[in-house]
Design a protein. Structure first.
Length: 302
């Protein structure tokens, strides 16, 4: 059975909070593009086309909202999955003999490595293994590094990136939760964990709110949380987060549109009108989104 047409607010919220890229196969886009079974079977062709066009515009609005936060959504997993390459270059992991030489030097003096030194040595070995294409070996070394020093952030970030790439989300979530418990000041980790939770039917809101105090000025983080709150029909809180996001990026028309929808849901109609007008005048909306905003403005009192 085709999914019933969702309201604009629900679609906008789904698009903003969805971390995976919106495309023609996404549930939001599919629901938006399906015909409405509740409509009478016999309708003039013109009216059918108009209804289909309206649904298509809403579907495109959802896709556009997803694409505006795409950098924030994909950045969290992309940053983590490429940590090994960046850190290997910075730390000189292309020369794996250095950590081994350090370990041998300590052994020759009769001293044992501290847990932190042992973890660092294992981390260097893991990045060297990655450069050689030995992913499974690198994962095992990273796990050993984290056993030696659970607060080795680079090792955890690298491991999470590899687990995500290997499509092992449950293990990635466990690592992310452990890392955020030890240190919640990691917005990229929180966003990635929230994305994985959303993909499994959760809302990710609690995860995002725990790290929110450490994401001040991060417009993408605020917009991501706003979308999650809007999807949960928590429009008053979504308004606050959209406003914080717009302080960081005042010309983001799609975020203005999201703000307008939550303001309209809260019956703050003059403010909603202003938000939709700002979205329209931003010059960043596609023609389809401009049309959607125009319809919103027509619905509101002038």
């Amino acid at each position: 059975m085709p999914a019933p047409a969702a309201s604009s607010a629900t679609r906008v919220a789904s698009a903003v909070s969805r971390v995976s890229s919106a495309d023609s196969t996404s549930p939001a886009h599919t629901a938006a593009s399906r015909p409405d079974e509740s409509a009478p079977e016999r309708k003039p062709a013109k009216r059918k086309h108009a209804k289909a066009d309206k649904k298509t515009a809403k579907g495109r609005a959802a896709s556009a909202l997803a694409s505006t936060s795409k950098s924030a959504k994909s950045k969290s997993s992309k940053q983590l999955s490429t940590t090994a390459t960046r850190t290997a270059t910075k730390s000189g992991a292309s020369q794996p003999a250095k950590p081994a030489a350090a370990a041998q030097a300590l052994a020759s003096t009769g001293k044992q490595m501290t847990p932190q030194q042992h973890a660092e040595s294992l981390y260097h070995r893991a990045t060297a293994s990655l450069q050689d294409g030995h992913v499974s070996e690198a994962m095992a070394q990273l796990l050993e590094a984290l056993k030696a020093n659970p607060r080795h952030d680079a090792a955890r970030q690298t491991l999470v990136g590899l687990l995500v790439e290997a499509r092992r989300p449950e293990e990635a979530m466990q690592q992310l939760q452990t890392g955020l418990t030890l240190d919640p000041r990691q917005p990229s980790m929180a966003m990635l964990l929230a994305r994985l939770q959303m993909e499994r039917g959760g809302d990710g809101i609690e995860t995002l709110q725990r790290t929110l105090p450490y994401a001040a000025g991060n417009g993408e983080y605020h917009a991501f949380l706003a979308g999650a709150l809007q999807r949960a029909q928590r429009h008053r809180e979504a308004i606050d987060q959209f406003q914080s996001a717009l302080r960081a990026a005042p010309l983001n028309g799609v975020w203005w549109m999201g703000l307008g929808i939550s303001l309209q849901a809260e019956k703050r109609l003059p403010e909603a009108t202003d938000a939709f007008r700002r979205a329209k005048s931003s010059g960043t909306l596609s023609p389809e989104l401009q049309a959607l905003v125009d319809r919103k403005l027509q619905q509101l009192p002038r």
